[in-house]
Design a binder for this molecule. Structure first.
Ligand SMILES: Cc1cc2nc3c(=O)[nH]c(=O)nc-3n(C[C@H](O)[C@H](O)[C@H](O)COP(=O)(O)OP(=O)(O)OC[C@H]3O[C@@H](n4cnc5c(N)ncnc54)[C@H](O)[C@@H]3O)c2cc1C
Length: 392
């Protein structure tokens, strides 16, 4: 196992840093707190940023060449993510499309589907959301009840999805729907559905953070064209598992890079008030720094596994639990150490700190739920890593 980077990888890092120095106008913490922005204009900032990354060839770097790929390794992708976070670049708008749907189309879609959808996904001309979860189907996804009824060569979708990230801004949604009520797994199919049509209604959901990145999506006989069925009828579950494999899959260095910035912000705020001189405060911060380094080393270990051509396998569940639970410990500690000051939102003049701790604390609650909750990850580890006996 090699925990270092090669000279070639280091020169890629420098290339990314140079590009960021020339192309990133304002860090996200400044952009996102500019009072002239509302939620919609911030989405536009992120759309333009994604398009710029695409023009520079930094999206889909490991895909086949015709879809913008350039034979990049997982390590280069992880370096890119690390540098984007260190520079505090905006997030892209099509994370779900590029991270989940595009690989599913590359593996299971038709040539027409790839040509029609992937370029606009990359350029952020079309934004995608993921329509898997339903009110009665989250961890137990196969319990989903949204129906797809044949209508000539096409399908009519009826049902409800929930927790649909970016739903309020999306143009398209990839949907798992039931084509056979009798067959739990084999009765699910995978459709690409345009949102702007009669029969689709998106309602915003307000989160505990006060933001509304989510939606509920209601389908009432919405049209899914036959040519927009991915794979064959009944193959939706298998395709969904590929998609979720990408979601839960390869570790990157992104979480520890992001938490490092937050810990630095905490240290800066504690220094300002002199509290950083208190040994018990330093001990708590030191503990976080050590845990963050352990996370980074573990991420490097996974990257080394990937670089040697092996898949990370169910061990990625260990990383999911670690980064999501660490974020909660980090924000708990920040609120504890910074006290009421942690509740102040840092303003454009840098009122207190770079980190909006109140927001981070609330947002960190979601990390142990999405992409498979901590309990589900522990079940995977028990079964597939530790091979413990399971209850029937
Ligand atoms: C921030 C965020 C973004 C999301 N974005 C999307 C999206 O874009 N598209 C989408 O389709 N979905 C999305 N989701 C939904 C997410 O996938 C589900 O919330 C998740 O799968 C859990 O399902 P649930 O909320 O229905 O909880 P449930 O499955 O009802 O679980 C409730 C509790 O029971 C526990 N539990 C359930 N089953 C077991 C078991 N077998 N063993 C032990 N414990 C168990 C869970 O761990 C949890 O604590 C998002 C969720 C969040 C929080």
């Amino acid at each position: 196992m090699d925990l270092g980077f090669t000279a070639e990888q280091e020169s890629f890092r420098i290339e990314v840093r140079d590009w960021l120095a020339q192309n990133l106008e304002r860090p996200w913490r400044v952009e996102s707190r500019d009072p002239s922005h509302d939620a919609d204009s911030l989405v536009e900032v992120r759309r333009r940023w994604q398009s710029r990354l695409n023009d520079a060839g930094y999206l889909g770097m490991s895909w086949p060449q015709e879809w913008g790929g350039r034979g990049a390794s997982e390590v280069e992708q992880a370096i890119l993510q690390e540098e984007l976070i260190r520079a505090d670049a905006p997030g892209i708008v099509n994370g779900l499309g590029l991270g989940l749907l595009a690989p599913a189309l590359i593996h299971h879609g038709t040539e027409e589907q790839r040509r029609r959808f992937i370029p606009k996904m990359l350029s952020a001309e079309e934004i995608w959301c993921q329509g898997f979860s339903e009110p009665g189907a989250g961890s137990d996804l196969a319990a989903l009840r949204t129906q797809a009824e044949p209508d000539g060569a096409d399908y009519r979708i009826t049902g409800q999805k929930v927790w649909t990230t970016f739903g309020p801004w999306s143009d398209w949604i990839f949907v798992l729907a039931r084509t056979d009520p009798e067959d739990r797994h084999g009765g699910i199919s995978f459709f690409l559905v345009p949102i702007d049509q009669p029969g689709v209604e998106v309602r915003e959901l307000k989160q505990i953070t006060g933001h509304s990145e989510f939606g509920e999506v209601f389908f009432d006989g919405a049209l899914a064209k036959g040519e927009h069925l991915v794979g064959k009828v009944g193959e939706g579950w298998r395709i969904a598992m590929t998609v979720l494999g990408f979601e839960r899959g390869a570790a990157s260095l992104a979480p520890p890079a992001s938490y490092e910035r937050q810990i630095d912000g905490m240290i800066a705020a504690l220094r300002e008030t002199g509290e950083y001189e208190n040994p018990s405060v330093r001990e708590k911060v030191g503990q976080l720094l050590v845990e963050n380094e352990v996370m980074r080393a573990n991420g490097m270990r996974t990257l080394a596994t990937l670089a040697s051509g092996q898949a990370p396998g169910p061990e990625s569940s260990i990383e999911k639990i670690y980064w999501s639970e660490f974020h909660q410990r980090l924000t708990d500690t920040a609120l504890d150490l910074l006290g009421p000051k942690a509740q102040l939102e840092a303003g454009p003049q840098g009122a207190l700190q770079d980190v909006n701790w109140g927001y981070e604390y609330l947002w960190s609650r979601a990390g142990t739920i999405y992409s498979g909750s901590s309990e589900i990850q522990r079940n995977i580890i028990a079964k597939r890593v530790l091979h413990l006996p399971t209850a029937r």
